[in-house]
Design a protein around this ligand. Structure first.
Ligand SMILES: Nc1ncnc2c1ncn2[C@@H]1O[C@H](COP(=O)(O)OP(=O)(O)OP(=O)(O)O)[C@@H](O)[C@H]1O
Ligand SMILES: [Mg+2]
Length: 836
């Protein structure tokens, strides 16, 4: 399982792996396929996923959730303010990059944890799950999905988190494209797509927080995203919040003197949970109502109410109204590609949010499907929770060098157009759109600038109409590049090669100055041309056409020779961690990771001590199995030691101590308990060991007396040697049994399992070599010898006889008389006897 894909949903994380057997979802330690996306701080320990979820309601302030929507945003961003309304913990500004950090209590002190560090925790947790499922081998190549509406800065922050977690992320993939890949690749293998008639499918994903519609076209071995549109703030949690707000009004109206549940994080959390449950109850068609029953919602006030499907639909109508816009715009874009609504053959739903009944019904209406047909004409052929992770795992296998996968082309559709802005040598501002909205990723574009000094190129999103899909508050700036162009009197041409990599992140591939050369330097220029060609293919990326002006310029002067010099440059991104910030975050993670390990080991040792105390307390008690094996003195002192150790364990000191102190306590009580346990064990297994030994002796005895032809070659002396060894062992055994019979159960035994085993090995050493002695080859027959003496060929008859004889001989060797296997069969020692 070296290749994995991760659906890092705002609520749920799903990990899938691709291998020879296909794609599988990786189960966590509790055999569940879905992992709650949360990272918790609990005293001295941290927990993620299900472990964090188990204590969520009592640890709301120290459990970081919703990381996906906080990554890559400035703390001052309006989106952060909106998110904070959903979050019960305190967010502050991250001094490292102006982003978001969370204040938690850790090791008894307040600590500021950046959102990248919290994301790293969850990613590490998933990496641990992958490792555990893969017999301790780490997953090597990852593809992680992000929403299509993620900006450059959000993607960069996510990549920072992956880097912190030590995850080798080959690509950040759009969620709907991952679903599309999971849908298409197996159909492609079954040759379901035709080259001349593309199959067009719409994917609609509504998760906990986001909603995206994507139109995809399939031809053999190729998937083309025609258009993708999102409403980044529409998801299942908005439906929960609508119910919770409705219920809150009811509660406040009923209990006028009670506190408002929304003001109390724990109460609001309870209300949201109950609301989500009610929403799910109402999901299947035909369910008319759901109950909300919450004990002690606020203080001692319980709250019960009934929500009808009609009321639910009415309260979520404003959310339902937002479903149409992304779909309609997606169809408009598809239409521009010559694909009309009627050309789509399937409408696939993914994401938990699409299970809401009224969402499905309204999607069907918006898509103009036959609402009377099954599932309102919508298709749910894929697993709504797993499709994204499966698609990522497939993409990971396609990209990984560790796998050989049939080529499959994935054409992405960027949600954001990108433009470059720079001043030329005369101070004139130029703006060039380099990547259009809807363009593919993994492309390098070149822009030529006339400059005579170092200059700056700014990359930003192309402003669209107010309904464009970047959140209105998101700054359009992406990053800027300071290019070290030479300071010269005459302006030179500078080529700026900008790349939108396969994750959709904008980088500067290279910057070059281009000087026209005198004709005599043609040779050098030819070399430069070769170098240029090499650079254009960088990263196996497709190199798009140069912008119009530059293409024209080169075409007009094809004979001219140029010298190209690579220029140094620096990249400035608003949010990305600097090396120092990354190092210090790694240090914090390492320190906390170490503390986690110590805490885990300490807790394991504490549990071991606690289990020992409970176990022994019962066993040494009046009805316990150990009682008869303890001396009167031990019967007093051992229970006393157990009691003292237990009192200590539940005292303030013992509740929170160190691993070595727990280990010392355990060995202290075991020093008293182990001799008793050993006596009981010896007594319990002695008879079995004696019987096994006796059985072995009987087998040896029958060998010594055997007149079997197979043992005919054993000499009398050898038989005598065995006979004496058997007699001596028997004497020893019966003597020891007698002595043991005179020893009280509460005293240490005189005949131990170890002694029996040793004696058994001793006789084995004498008897086995004799019994297993190979039979000598039979002497040649006289007749055959006489024939040989005469030099005559043996007759056919004598040949036959000789063959028969050798066959007999072989048979005799191949099937020797049964030799008893008399290995010492002493039962294994119990674990508690290991007192060293
Ligand atoms: N049977 C159901 N009926 C209604 N809603 C459901 C049902 N099952 C799950 N949901 C909702 O689906 C949402 C979670 O879906 P999902 O796991 O796809 O989200 P996510 O991928 O974590 O979030 P996002 O894609 O927004 O980052 C939750 O709001 C949950 O309440
Ligand atoms: Mg999702």
């Amino acid at each position: 399982m070296s290749v994995v894909g991760l659906d890092f949903g705002n609520a749920n994380v799903v990990l899938a792996t691709a291998g020879r057997g296909g794609v599988d979802v990786v189960l966590n330690g509790n055999s569940n396929r879905i992992n709650p996306n949360m990272a918790a701080f609990h005293g001295k320990v941290r927990a993620c996923g299900e472990a964090a979820s188990a204590s969520l309601s009592s640890n709301l302030k120290n459990t970081v959730v919703g990381m996906k929507r906080l990554l890559g945003l400035k703390f001052s961003d309006d989106q952060v303010k909106r998110e904070m309304e959903y979050l019960p913990f305190t967010c502050v500004e991250n001094p490292a990059n102006g982003g978001v950090a969370v204040q938690v209590m850790y090791e008894g002190e307040q600590m500021t944890v950046s959102i990248e560090l919290a994301t790293n925790m969850m990613l590490r947790h998933m990496a641990d799950i992958a490792k555990e499922a893969n017999k301790g081998q780490a997953a090597l190549d990852w593809v992680v999905c992000v929403p299509a509406w993620y900006t450059d800065s959000q993607k960069r922050s996510f990549l920072d988190s992956c880097q912190l977690a030590g995850i080798n992320c080959l690509k950040l993939m759009h969620e709907t494209t991952a679903s599309a890949l999971a849908y298409g690749i197996f159909k492609d293998a079954k040759k379901e797509f035709a080259p001349d008639k593309p199959t067009n499918v719409v994917f609609i994903d509504m998760g906990a927080t986001g909603y995206t519609a994507s139109a995809v076209s399939y031809t053999p071995q190729k998937l083309t995203t025609l258009a993708t549109y999102s409403d980044s703030c529409l998801g299942g949690r908005d439906f929960d919040a609508a119910i919770a707000n409705w219920a809150r009004d009811k509660f406040c109206a009923k209990y006028k003197n009670a506190h408002d549940p929304k003001e109390i994080p724990k109460s609001w959390h309870k209300l949201l949970l109950a609301s989500e449950k009610a929403k799910k109850t109402l999901s299947p068609a035909g369910v008319k109502e759901a109950n909300l029953n919450i004990e002690c919602l606020v203080d001692e006030y319980d709250f019960n109410c009934t929500l009808t499907a009609a009321d639910f639909e009415e309260m979520v109508q404003p959310l339902i109204d937002r479903l149409a816009n992304p779909i309609n715009r997606m169809f408009e874009d598809a239409e521009k590609n010559g694909i009309s609504r009627a050309d789509f053959s399937s409408f696939e739903l993914v994401g938990g949010g699409t299970r809401v009944g009224c969402v499905k019904r309204n999607l069907s209406k918006i898509l103009k499907l036959d609402a009377s047909s099954t599932n309102f004409g919508l298709s749910t052929t894929m697993n709504a929770d797993e499709a994204v992770a499966r698609g990522c795992a497939l993409q990971s296998a396609i990209l990984s060098s560790r796998f050989k996968v049939k080529p499959y082309d994935i054409v992405e559709s960027s949600l954001h157009g990108v433009q470059l802005e720079f001043d030329d040598h005369e101070g004139k501002k130029e703006v060039v759109e380099v990547f259009e909205r809807g363009s593919n990723f993994g492309v390098v574009k070149r822009v030529t600038v006339k400059q005579n000094q170092p200059f700056r190129v700014k990359a930003s999103y192309v402003p669209l109409s107010p309904s464009h899909m970047i959140h209105p508050s998101t700054p359009l700036d992406i990053c800027h590049f300071d290019i070290d162009a030479p300071k010269v009197s005459d302006a030179t041409k500078i080529r700026v090669n900008v790349k939108q990599d396969i994750s959709g992140v904008i980088t500067l591939s290279s910057a070059q100055s281009v000087e026209e050369l005198p004709a005599e330097e043609a040779k050098e220029s030819d070399n430069a041309k070769e170098a240029d060609a090499g650079e254009a293919k960088e990263g196996d990326m497709e190199v798009d056409k140069k912008p119009e002006e530059e293409t024209a310029e080169v075409k007009e002067a094809p004979k001219k020779k140029y010298k190209k010099t690579n220029l140094s440059f620096t990249t400035h991104t608003a949010m990305r961690y600097s090396k120092d910030a990354m190092d210090s975050a790694s240090e914090v993670e390492a320190r906390m990771g170490n503390a986690d390990r110590v805490a885990r080991e300490t807790s394991a040792m504490r549990n071991e001590l606690e289990s020992y105390l409970y176990d022994m307390r019962d066993k040494i008690g009046d009805y316990g199995t150990l009682k008869d094996y303890a001396t009167p003195e031990e019967l007093l002192s051992f229970p006393k030691s157990l009691e003292l150790a237990e009192d200590w364990l539940y005292s303030d000191d013992g509740f929170d101590s160190t691993k070595s102190v727990y280990a010392d306590k355990l060995s202290e009580v075991r020093k008293k308990g182990d001799p008793i346990v050993k006596r009981e064990y010896e007594a319990g297994h002695r008879q079995q060991a004696v019987d096994t030994f006796k059985g072995a002796l009987e087998t040896y005895k029958s060998f010594v007396q055997s007149s079997d032809e197979g043992y005919a070659h054993i000499t009398d002396d050898e038989r005598d040697t065995c006979r004496k060894a058997i007699a001596s062992a028997e004497d020893w055994l019966y003597d020891m049994i007698e002595k043991q019979g005179n020893v009280a159960q509460s005293s240490d035994p005189v005949l131990t399992l170890e002694m029996i085993s040793a004696k058994q090995k001793e006789i084995q050493g004498v008897a086995n070599p004799i019994m297993n002695k190979p039979k000598p080859k039979p002497p040649k027959e006289e007749k055959k010898a006489a024939e040989e003496e005469k030099g005559a060929e043996p007759s056919e008859e004598s040949k036959k006889e000789a063959d028969e004889a050798s066959k007999d001989n072989m048979d005799a060797e191949a099937v020797p008389p049964p030799v008893p296997e008399v290995d010492a069969d002493t039962p294994a020692e119990p674990e508690s006897m290991d007192v060293n």
